[in-house]
Ligand binder design. Structure first.
Ligand SMILES: [Zn+2]
Length: 153
């Protein structure tokens, strides 16, 4: 993924990581760069980029869910595996964000959807007769699949 969140909930592109975090812990620790996934709020690590102990093969910078807990950052293994940004299906996401860099309107739409995702899931679910919000308050996997196919279109 190319967008990350701070504990405060502020979300931004990873290119702004140094500026937004002031290189302070818990975002910078033991040579690594960390933040939270905007979707599932579980910890992510920034891979690649300058001054980073974790290098990517392609030299491209991105964020990936951490496999383990990071000190002072939230770690939610269950939410992570249900996360639309999870490795198995993050290709669609990369595409959206790539498009959005050049098209401001797309970014606005993406931002709107992300900020209102739960309400949208509820409303669309009501229209279609599906239960997209589970009793637990989480979005269902069915909704995530529908949302993915929408993004693919
Ligand atoms: Zn996530």
């Amino acid at each position: 993924m190319e967008y990350v969140s701070l504990i405060s909930g502020e979300t931004f592109h990873i290119n702004e990581f140094e500026k937004k975090t002031n290189k302070q812990p818990p975002y910078y620790q033991t040579g690594g760069k960390y933040a939270l996934c905007p979707w599932c709020k579980s910890s992510v690590q920034i891979i690649g980029g300058l001054n980073n102990s974790t290098h990517s093969r392609t030299r491209k910078m991105y964020a990936a869910h951490t496999p383990n807990e990071i000190t002072k950052l939230n770690f939610d293994n269950e939410a992570k595996f249900e996360c639309v940004n999870y490795k198995g299906n993050d290709n669609n996401w990369q595409k959206i964000y790539t498009i959005s860099k050049t098209e401001q309107k797309n970014q606005e739409l993406v931002d709107f959807i992300e900020n209102n995702i739960d309400q949208i899931a509820k409303d669309v679910g009501n229209i279609l007769g599906f239960k997209f919000i589970l009793d637990s308050g989480k979005r269902s996997k069915v909704f995530d699949k529908v949302y993915e196919s929408f993004n693919d279109a």
